[in-house]
Design a protein around this ligand. Sequence first.
Ligand code: GUN
Ligand code: FE
Length: 424
Amino acid sequence: MRKLVLKGDIVFTPSMDEFKIYKDSYLVSENGKIVGIFEKLDEKYKDYTLKDYTGKMIIPGFVDIHLHAPQFPNRGMGYDKELLPWLQSYTFPEEAKYKDIKYAERVYRDFVKELWKNGTTSAVIYGTIHKESTKLLMDLLIESGIRAYVGKVNMDRNSIPNLTEDTERSLRETEELILEYKDKSPLVKPIITPRFVPTCSDALLEGLGKLALKYDVPVQSHLSENTDEVKWVSELHPDAKNYASVYDKFNLFGQRRTIMAHCIHNTDEEIDLMAKNGVYAAHCVHSNFNLSSGIMPVRKFLDKKVPVGLGSDISGGHEISIPKVMAASIQASKMKWLETDKKLKPLTLLEVFYLATKGGGSFFGKVGSFEKGYEMDCLIIDDSNLGIYRELTVEERLEKFIYLGDDRNIVDRYVAGKLLKEPR
Ligand code: GUN
Ligand code: FE
């Protein structure tokens, strides 16, 4: 049995109502699962491996529930465009390159290393349409020890010619990948990934919904990110009640665990359906700024009990660091409240910390908290260089780290109780 005790200032959020803070305490785990938190270490834990991080913070690892690995080279480019022209001119041409496995390896190694560096211990990731390079991405993640869902993207229309699939082949390769990876690793799993309604024929969506049900595999896609996109979907599906109902009709909207990225321009009816079906919304604030998409009314989703997590949306978003995404999410919610709707109360540090850990983590199961039975995924934070001129509370230290810290403050990362080495 793997037995591990970490000592330090422990912080986590079992709910959006309170921080749980245990100063100078012991976080005990067995076989990668949390046993408990103790102020004094009982005799019975004396033979456990003890790592002493006194004076440092121990927090749950960050969870990124929406990003595109193949877009890593495009970070910080093309942001004078909105979504649809950006996809055509920047994103699709870049993704077409992943037919070349050598190119894929070069980028995907850097990508995985960057997740590790920034303390993202769980991620829900898009690959490209290419099966071989998507398998390579999954293998690199398995090697890294990071927890992930990875999707081979499906798209059979409205793309550039060398990034357009044959429908039958798209379904066949998706099924092959599911069969090969569903039991390969306890941490890295396949997820069904129709890119979004405009690039998927009805036959493709129907086939993917069937695969999700048949193999009990989760689903991810994009929803109501941009007003031109929403209008286009209504033209492509004139009989559909709304955008969400297209996914729903094909069993891709909560029939299995589902994440929809962005959700900026949804109708109330769509949000209600997300709540009813337990569909997750991925809030990708940087991307929504960069592509002039809008500000997601996150408060409305929380009020309606829709599960929400945060996404970097590389490369619509330029920043892979979840703390940077957290700070921007708080700022965006303040401007939404001030400029648009006084009913949409700004998000607090507590709420956003929850979204970045247990909120997104719940998509994986018992991830993102230090309650008993949860996965022992955590980060060790040394905040001593962050300009501290008086005794701060742990909560103040955490806020300072979120706003001012970076990867240099992350001393160690653990997933399922294992220390993650820097990926090669
Ligand atoms: N909608 C469909 N594909 C994409 C993508 O790659 N990025 C973003 N931000 N939105 C999308
Ligand atoms: Fe995206």
